[in-house]
Design a protein. Structure first.
Length: 405
């Protein structure tokens, strides 16, 4: 039964549901898995590096399901899929609790990443896009704050259970938590597209920054546009550079004189700035569109790379940490809201599923240039950022030409 509250627009319930849905993906996000790595390795007699390799493989294989799940969302809508994906995520947590060796652990990671990232996250974001246009950026930003909340709550909770019992019971507890939260939320609050366009955006009409593409472009049609590859570049770069710089964070800062404790403390500044930038990006996308907002994110990406290259300790490292966090927050919102803004809703699940695969591939590929040398990696990142910025500028020019025609 869908919950309806007299006098309250259903858009507010969609906003709450999307926040809860993104929060519930935390057991399958890296921030939720990270605290399990060492206990799992010790219990199964595996090297930590072996577990991390299995996690990377599981992430890549799991995200390959995103295009198929996206097509299912396009066909059946978020409401009909929410219960299956919630059950799948809870089942993945239960499977993880039973892992008996390397093979089972790898399968568990595939299930966990597929159900959380390609499943619940995609279904939740699609619901936001169906219900919001003028406020899409801000609601997307609010939903992404659910992951920040998950990062604050889930790892300490899991650690407490592991300290009291073991990691297997912790995964069972997380699976039970997903069911306890998301089955009621999904059944009561998740909705398909509103019956009328007038019901979108809390029922408030006004100017939209979305491109008029009729019912919506297919994946093949979208891939013929410059803006598609610009948005692909945004998700690839934010995942690649974010992963690489955070993995190399402690080494980069301690190598120029900061203590390890100070370097680790700066991660808090990254998270705080990311949260603030996420909310700011939502406003910017709604007012100026995803393309312009994405260019700001790319400028911050270049700034963060240049700072870590030349002056990582400037301002005690705070400037670098702030630039990095702001870049992550802005680019994530620009990409997520930009797909619906540019390509419409009819085939958005398929398009988003495809870009999910590319984004996660960026996270897997991003750290590899560091194996050559950090300086080489930084120049590669700057070169790729320049390519992304060129794509963005070209897409803006094409839009200006269409408006003038």
């Amino acid at each position: 039964m869908i919950l309806a509250i007299r006098g309250l627009h259903p858009g507010w319930l969609v906003l709450i549901a999307s926040f809860a849905g993104v929060f519930a993906t935390t057991p399958g996000q890296t921030v939720g898995v990270s605290s399990f790595i060492d206990p799992i390795a010790a219990d199964l007699g595996l090297a930590r590096e072996h577990v991390l390799v299995l996690y990377s493989i599981g992430t890549f294989l799991g995200i390959l399901t995103a295009p198929s799940i996206g097509r299912l969302v396009d066909r059946f809508g978020p409401r009909r899929l929410i219960v299956p994906v919630v059950m799948a995520l809870a089942g993945a947590c239960a499977f993880m609790s039973l892992a008996w060796g390397a093979l089972a652990l790898g399968v568990g990671f595939v299930l966990l990443r597929a159900s959380a990232i390609a499943g619940l996250s995609l279904v939740s974001s699609q619901m936001v896009n169906l219900w919001f246009d003028r406020f899409r950026g801000r609601v997307t930003a609010f939903a992404l704050m659910g992951l920040a909340m998950g990062g604050l709550i889930v790892p300490p909770f899991a650690e407490a259970v592991m300290q009291a019992e073991n990691w297997r019971l912790a995964y069972l507890a997380l699976g039970a938590g997903v069911l306890a939260i998301m089955l009621p939320v999904g059944l009561a609050l998740y909705r398909d597209a509103p019956e009328s366009r007038a019901d979108r955006d809390f029922g408030r009409t006004g100017r939209s920054v979305s491109v008029d593409v009729g019912h919506g472009l297919t994946l093949r049609q979208a891939a013929r546009t410059t803006v598609f590859w610009y948005l692909v570049a945004l998700t690839f770069l934010v995942n690649a550079v974010n992963t690489a710089l955070l993995l190399d964070h402690a080494r980069a800062l301690t190598s120029v004189g900061l203590s390890r404790s100070d370097a680790i403390a700066l991660l808090g500044a990254v998270t705080t700035t990311q949260a603030a930038a996420t909310l700011l990006a939502g406003v910017l996308v709604d007012r100026h569109g995803s393309r312009s907002t994405g260019l700001l994110g790319l400028a911050l990406l270049a700034a963060s790379v240049i700072l870590v290259m030349t002056a990582p300790t400037l301002g005690g490292g705070l400037l670098y940490a702030a630039a990095l966090g702001a870049m992550i927050g802005i680019l994530q919102v620009a990409h997520s809201a930009g797909l619906a803004e540019q390509f419409g809703l009819a085939h958005l699940g398929s398009i988003r599923g495809t870009t999910f695969v590319i984004g996660v591939s960026g996270a897997a590929i991003g750290p590899l240039p560091l194996l050559i040398s950090p300086i080489s990696a930084y120049w590669i990142f700057l070169g790729l950022t320049a390519v992304g910025a060129i794509l963005g500028l070209v897409s803006l020019r094409h839009r200006a030409e269409r408006l003038a025609a």
